[in-house]
Design a protein around this ligand. Structure first.
Ligand SMILES: *Cc1c(COP(=O)(O)O)cnc(C)c1O
Length: 495
């Protein structure tokens, strides 16, 4: 069968190799790369005894056919090593009526590690195959989790520099401390005065700045991004859904071909899109439950068929889902329309010009696998308290959004299909909100004190990436106005 290639969702940049798709990140026509076909995983019984790494090899190499099996194996060995605090990498915990798929055992305690630990290997491997002599500069704006995961993944990777911008107001104390204590000679962290949108806009402006890109290129740099539209992040995220299914099969929780529900706390639509791609590869799924917080654009979309960005962002206690434009939804539109690039272009044009787009009832029928729900702040806090009190299991705020949405779904539909909840962050990363949920006194305590109190109360050890954070030396202290970002980055690169 023909190797998997990549096409842009907007139809102009087509039949691109995985190498090109990795290096470019976003297609020339502004679209997102999607695989020309999906790997068919076949009989799942045959994969039941595979370790996480073996399963990753099975799946990932099919999507990156220009790499040899040994290359991919080496990348996987490098990514999923003892940076993860369990050799299972993504363990599954059956409690409170669901199967929690814990995706937070990596170096930065959030699910972004699942793909970002592998991305530098794929990117550098692709760059080498492309005979690209330039140094890659990863430039990323973060609302908290991506920035730290990318810094940790790219630190000391030869041939790269990584620059992360975060909003000085808008990340938790622990998230901030994780970034400003970052080690590595090639890491740079900039706090910008403003909110996440300001940081995001500053980065977008630099990517679009031809003059800047030319100057950088002449000095031997190419700009790249670590955000979730790169296929090097999307594909590795399919592995853990199969892994969860296989573990359930192995323990007898599922019989062969039995369908599951998957609930995903969603922001940019990357993680849940990976689950959707799994269904195209042969994972038996009944419903994909897309859980939003109060920024419930996606809930409205699944309910009405209209995606409407004309609203203001509400900062919530699940900040990594505080997003209005879910970029990866473009890939779903492409799929449900039968790969109709013109349709996708029209939708994206409407979104830009009118602030919304609408899909027809016929196309909405093609999204029947999805169910959209949302949880407000008090639902989220109540879910944390309830699950802890009844089942002695501690969820972070993002996972709690998913759980709350699932409970609602269950109560309204009575659907008792076995359900996997993507558990996307360690509760210690969002200690203040989790302590609030457990009705602990948080008023005069720092986030670090709360981490200790939470550990004492729950008997869960403080995860090592947070344990020493308070006393770690601070290496990064750049604070700049949003208009000075360009000059600050020029300074860093010496251009
Ligand atoms: C990024 C993130 C999400 C949202 O994932 P998307 O792929 O953007 O939908 C959810 N929870 C946590 C903890 C995250 O860091």
């Amino acid at each position: 069968m023909k190797n998997i290639m990549y096409n842009s969702t907007r139809g102009e940049d087509i039949d691109v190799s995985s190498i090109e798709a990795l290096v470019r990140g976003i297609a020339y026509d502004g679209g997102l790369y999607v695989p020309t076909r999906f790997y068919d995983i076949g009989d799942l019984n045959r994969l039941m005894d595979l370790s996480y790494k073996d399963l990753a090899l099975e799946i990932i190499r099919a999507f990156f056919p220009e790499f040899s099996e040994t290359e991919i194996l080496n990348y996987i060995e490098g990514a999923y090593d003892n940076k993860f605090n369990t050799s299972q990498i993504a363990p599954i915990v059956n409690t409170a009526g669901v199967y929690f798929l814990e995706l937070f055992h990596g170096p930065t305690l959030a699910f972004k590690d699942m793909a970002l630990t592998l991305l530098p290997y794929l990117l550098m491997g692709a760059s080498k195959k492309n005979n690209n002599p330039a140094e890659i500069v990863i430039l990323t704006a973060t609302s908290g989790d991506t920035g730290k995961a990318a810094l940790e993944a790219f630190k000391d990777v030869k041939g790269t520099k990584i620059i992360v911008l975060f909003p000085s107001e808008g990340v938790s104390e622990i998230q901030k401390r994780q970034m400003i204590t970052q080690e590595g000679n090639n890491t740079f962290v900039i706090a910008i005065k403003g909110c996440f949108d300001d940081a995001q806009n500053a980065v977008k402006q630099i990517f679009a700045d031809k003059e800047f890109n030319n100057i950088a290129k002449n000095k031997g740099y190419i700009l790249s991004s670590a955000n979730s539209i790169n296929v090097g992040r999307l594909i590795p995220q399919t592995v853990y859904y199969f892994y969860a299914y296989l573990q359930m099969l192995k323990t007898g929780a599922l019989t062969a071909k039995e369908k599951i529900n998957i609930v995903v706390p969603t922001g940019n639509f990357g993680n849940i899109l990976a689950a959707y791609y799994c269904t195209k590869m042969g994972l038996p799924v009944n419903k994909l439950i897309c859980a939003s917080n109060e920024n419930n654009v996606l809930y409205d979309f699944f309910k009405t068929g209209m995606y409407d960005k004309r609203r203001t962002l509400r900062p919530t206690i699940s900040p990594s889902m505080d997003i209005i434009i879910s970029s990866n939804l473009e890939r779903l539109l492409y799929d449900i329309s039968g790969e109709d690039a013109e349709f996708v272009r029209n939708m994206m044009k409407d979104l830009n010009e009118k602030g919304y787009y609408e899909v027809s009832d016929r196309l909405r029928d093609n999204m029947n696998l999805f169910y959209g729900g949302y949880a407000d702040e008090s639902d989220t806090l109540a879910a944390i308290e309830d699950v802890y009190n009844k089942s002695n299991y501690l969820m972070d705020t993002h996972t709690a959004v998913a759980y709350s949405v699932y409970k609602n779904y269950f109560n309204t539909t009575g659907d008792n299909t076995k359900t996997v909840v993507a558990s996307t962050a360690s509760p210690f990363k969002f200690a203040r909100s989790v302590c609030d949920a457990l009705k602990m006194d948080t008023k005069n305590a720092t986030d670090f004190e709360l981490v200790r109190l939470l550990s004492n109360k729950t008997d869960i050890p403080i995860p090592s990436p947070i344990y020493n954070l308070e006393t770690k030396p601070i290496f990064h202290n750049i604070l700049c106005e949003k208009d000075d970002v360009r000059d600050t980055i020029k300074n860093i690169l010496g251009i």
